[in-house]
Structures are given as structure tokens and as C-alpha cells.
Design a binder for this molecule. Structure first.
Ligand code: PGA
Length: 252
């Protein structure tokens, strides 16, 4: 079995101007030093990508975006293309975050198109999946995830999927302060890894990183990261301050 390098990713959502993002990124680079154990990624708003890209230059921190369109150019007012993100220095892009699915009508089908476009463009998609509270209460967690993963990855050749990252983010845990317990998260991560084994093969199951997201904080990160199938964290609130994000990066 190969070892997967953990990834600690910060999703800044619709927070921070360019100047604010630059300040936080510079502070973070200082705090984590030249050789943090895990890989570190920041996903600022589009308008701060350039400032953050400069702030992290020469550091181990990598850049990501929070969303994109699937076409590479065209008459799509208000949209940003994968090629533009790549040229702006992004290595990663979040796809299908639950806020985009719930508030901006993203579907498994648009998520699928975006994942394909990201992979074609040389970006690593961070493909977000997760059940709502009522789905969990109705014992629908696994069927919901089956559909999200199968539809999101439909038609993708396993040969291009080695850059894929999956983020399991239970909707009920996002921004609520109520994280999944390490056992609850591990149960789902094990299930997702088994899905990958069954549908895409053992090599990819060993390789693909599965992040947990939803109220990850300095106080719970170590226990989550100790689980065998949790390969990192996608962090909203606790990534906004450099101090707390640096504590997450130093989870060991
Ligand atoms: P949170 O957000 O850490 O604030 O719960 C996680 C996310 O939305 O990715």
C-alpha cells in the first residue's frame, strides 16, 4: 500500500479582500515554515488569487480556487474557466461544495462536467460530497454518497483520476461547530475507499486522498487525522486565521 501525503486545505469562502488575503497568507507562510509535514492549500476568493499566489511564492503552500465553469472560454458572463485558474497559479479547484449545490443549483451533472474539465486542464479537483442531516437520520448516507460519487465521476477514465481528491463533508457538520466524530468520519471514508476499489481499482483506492471537512478545528484535527482512511482536512472557519490554520497544519 502506498502512503498518501496528507493535504490540509483552507476554503476561505466569500471572506477576505485581496489585501486581507495577502496578509493572512504571508502570516501563514511564516508560521508553517519551509517543510510542513502535510501539503497545504489555500482557496481564496477569485479576486484574491493573484495576491495569495504572490504571497506563497517560494513557500510550500499551494493555491486552489473554490469553483469554476467547465468550458475553457466563451460567452459565459460572470464565470471563470479552468484555463484561467491554471494560468493564475492554481493547482487545485474545489468542485461541488455543498454550498454551491444548495445555494447555486449545482447538480451531479454539472459537477461531473467540472471534474472532467479540471482534469483535462491539469488541475486537481477536490470533489466534495456529503449527506444532509435529514438524509443521515433517514439512514440514506451511503446511498446518497453512492449517487454523488457515481454521477460525479461518470465517464471518467481511471487513467486520469490519479490527481483526484475527494472531500467528504457532511452538510450537517459544515459551519455548525458539530464535526463528525472520528468514528463517524472513518466509517464513511472507509466506505468511499471501498467504492473506489470496487469501481476504479485498488491502485487508485490506494492513491486517491479523501479529506474530511466540517467543523475541523485545532481541538479535533489530530483525532480525525489518526484515522486510517482520512488523508487530510478541508477547513472553512478555522482556516481564516493564520494562527489556527497553522495549528491544523501541525496536527501531529
Ligand atoms: P467549516 O467549513 O470548517 O467552517 O465547517 C468546511 C467547508 O465548508 O469546507
Amino acid at each position: 500500500m502506498q502512503t498518501r501525503r496528507p493535504l490540509i486545505a483552507g476554503n476561505w469562502k466569500m471572506f477576505k479582500t485581496g489585501a486581507e488575503a495577502e496578509r493572512t497568507a504571508l502570516e501563514l507562510v511564516e508560521l508553517i515554515g519551509p517543510a510542513p509535514g502535510p501539503e497545504v492549500m489555500l482557496a481564496p476568493p477569485f479576486t484574491a488569487l493573484s495576491a495569495v499566489n504572490e504571497a506563497i511564492a517560494g513557500s510550500p503552500v499551494t493555491l486552489g480556487a473554490q469553483n469554476m465553469h467547465w468550458e475553457s472560454r466563451g460567452a459565459f458572463t460572470g464565470e471563470i474557466s479552468p484555463d484561467m485558474l491554471h494560468a493564475a497559479g492554481c493547482r487545485y479547484v474545489l468542485i461541488g461544495h455543498s454550498e454551491r449545490r444548495q445555494l447555486f443549483a449545482e447538480t451531479d451533472e454539472t459537477v461531473n462536467r467540472k471534474i472532467k474539465a479540471a482534469l483535462t486542464t491539469g488541475l486537481a479537483p477536490v470533489f466534495c460530497v456529503g449527506e444532509t442531516e435529514s438524509q443521515r437520520r433517514a439512514d440514506q448516507t451511503f446511498p446518497v454518497l453512492d449517487k454523488q460519487v457515481a454521477d460525479g465521476l461518470q465517464g471518467l477514465d481511471s487513467g486520469v483520476l490519479n490527481r483526484l481528491v475527494i472531500a467528504y463533508e457532511p452538510v450537517w457538520a459544515i459551519g455548525t461547530g458539530l464535526a463528525a466524530t472520528a468514528d463517524q468520519a472513518q466509517e464513511v471514508h472507509r466506505y468511499l475507499r471501498k467504492w473506489i476499489t470496487d469501481n476504479l481499482g485498488t491502485a487508485l483506492a490506494d492513491q486517491i486522498r479523501i479529506l474530511y471537512g466540517g467543523s475541523v478545528k485545532p481541538a479535533n484535527v489530530a483525532e480525525l487525522m489518526a484515522q486510517p482512511d482520512i488523508d487530510g482536512a478541508l477547513v472553512g472557519g478555522a482556516s481564516l486565521e493564520a494562527q489556527s490554520f497553522a495549528q491544523l497544519v501541525a496536527y501531529r
